[in-house]
Design a protein around this ligand. Structure first.
Ligand SMILES: *[C@@H]1O[C@H](CO)[C@@H](O)[C@H](O)[C@H]1NC(C)=O
Ligand SMILES: *[C@@H]1O[C@H](CO)[C@@H](O)[C@H](O)[C@H]1NC(C)=O
Ligand SMILES: *[C@@H]1O[C@H](CO)[C@@H](O)[C@H](O)[C@H]1NC(C)=O
Length: 414
């Protein structure tokens, strides 16, 4: 009550004296304290924890890449599709990545890894950032997937070298891909087995984390919680990882990336869990910041407010760098055509989550469905009925035919 009155008086006072309008109401009445502390005090006095208010106190200057002129206030984020087999389409994107960037004011543009060079380049020049998502693709150096990723990566390097910021976020498999692309080390040599499927756990932050894009401006309580096994808010889901000593074995990796965190798997194997490029706005997380708010099938995914805050913070940090990119589509028409919204997401968990071990996406975008062995697996809408032959097909029948996740040989790390 007292606070409402205070704000009301302050508003009247501001209206009456325009010269003072540049001062906030808080400054007028309690000039000795900064706004974040005051909001925090109020939250505490009302019995609420001061969640989030620490963010207000974070200096923007702690960001390495998220400053400078904003060149795109409508950032488009390219997401490289993943190959899949026995799924209704030639490639897919887990909707979690789409929503993760949407939460930060970005919009997704699917980039098919089998697109022509010309199309890859057109899309690259249209988007403001790139995501290499998680997945189960074998990252052989000569695979079409890695070759397409390398083209995009090289263009991103060129742009950054030319002074046009262009960020890349690699998650899980995408984090491994970033390290394969700079080193050309075979995945068989670079990666070791880890016991980290469906493993919510901690990050052990290094000194370099303090000056990094994702951790430099994160709320101080989250820095503590990310490292505290009482919370376990970093969601790991992978069968392979890069051990830190591989940066000594291949020094080119040390030149290219700063290790921001490591994590220990269930088996005691330490692997690199977060990296940031030494030169460019390229960020890699072996863990999944995009899962906590959007993925529920895998019951081990954390959904606490802290896990959500980490997700939102990293999305904001990433998309804020994307706003520094000057890329844009050639026309509004092209922009509309390339956005992911023309594709219909499928609620895959509805069919697959009946499997106890399912750790695939809750919601999935499939691309080029009609190219799949000449068959359209959705002949009568999103819930197929085997071309009408089995009108009583259940979700379970469907799941047997079209699996996303373990059942099509893609057991984790999506
Ligand atoms: C890795 O391979 C690519 C393509 O084969 C080549 O252009 C690049 O220079 C190589 N990088 C290193 C560090 O060997
Ligand atoms: C667990 O550790 C043992 C001993 O170091 C190793 O032989 C095994 O491959 C590890 N398993 C996994 C899944 O990492
Ligand atoms: C579907 O179920 C209905 C009702 O149980 C049954 O009459 C019909 O024969 C079934 N159709 C097929 C193709 O099995």
């Amino acid at each position: 009550m007292a606070r409402t009155l205070l704000v009301a008086i302050a508003s009247i006072y501001l209206l009456a004296t325009p010269a003072l309008a540049r001062w906030s109401a808080w400054d007028l009445f309690v000039p000795a304290k900064n706004p974040a502390d005051i909001l925090s005090d109020i939250a505490v006095s009302e019995g609420r924890p001061p969640f989030g208010f620490q963010d207000l106190a974070q200096p923007e200057s702690a960001s390495r890449f998220g400053h400078g002129e904003v060149k795109s206030s409508r950032p488009l984020i390219g997401i490289l599709t993943q190959p899949c087999s026995l799924c209704p389409g030639r490639s897919y994107i887990s909707a979690g990545y789409v929503k993760w960037i949407e939460a930060a004011g970005g919009r997704a543009v699917p980039i098919r890894f089998y697109d022509s060079d010309r199309e890859l380049h057109r899309l690259f020049k249209s988007v403001n950032a790139l995501i290499f998502p998680g997945g189960l693709t074998w990252l052989w150096l000569d695979s079409p997937y890695v070759i397409a990723a390398r083209k995009l990566y090289n263009w991103a390097v060129e742009e950054n070298e030319a002074g046009n910021p262009f960020p890349i976020h690699g998650a899980c498999l995408g984090h491994q891909l970033l390290q394969i692309l700079v080193s050309n080390v075979s995945r068989d040599d670079l990666l070791v087995r880890t016991d980290a499927v469906s493993h919510p756990t901690t990050l052990k932050l290094t000194e370099a984390a303090a000056a990094s894009e994702y951790f430099g401006t994160i709320a101080p309580d989250l820095v503590k919680k990310l490292q505290d096994s009482h919370y376990n808010i970093a969601m790991e889901n992978h069968e392979y990882g890069v051990p830190p000593h591989h940066y000594d074995r291949w020094p080119i990796l040390k030149d290219a990336y700063r290790i921001l965190s490591t994590t220990v798997d269930r088996n005691g194997t330490e692997y690199i869990s977060t990296i940031e490029s030494t030169k460019y706005p390229f960020f890699g997380t072996q863990w999944h910041p995009e899962k906590p708010p959007y993925e529920f099938s895998d019951k081990t995914i954390p959904h606490s407010i802290d896990a959500i805050r980490v997700s939102q913070h990293t999305a904001n940090a990433f998309v804020e760098v994307a706003r520094r990119s000057s890329h844009r589509p050639e026309s509004d028409e092209e922009e509309l055509a390339m956005l992911i919204y023309s594709d219909v997401p499928i609620f895959t968990a509805r069919f697959d989550a009946i499997e106890e071990s399912y750790d695939g996406p809750d919601i999935t975008y499939f691309f080029d469905v009609e190219d799949r062995k000449g068959q359209n697996p959705f002949p009568s809408g999103p819930f197929p009925s085997d071309g009408g032959k089995d009108e009583n097909a259940t979700a379970s029948d469907y799941a047997k035919s079209y699996r996303v996740g373990r059942s099509y040989g893609m057991p984790s790390t999506f």
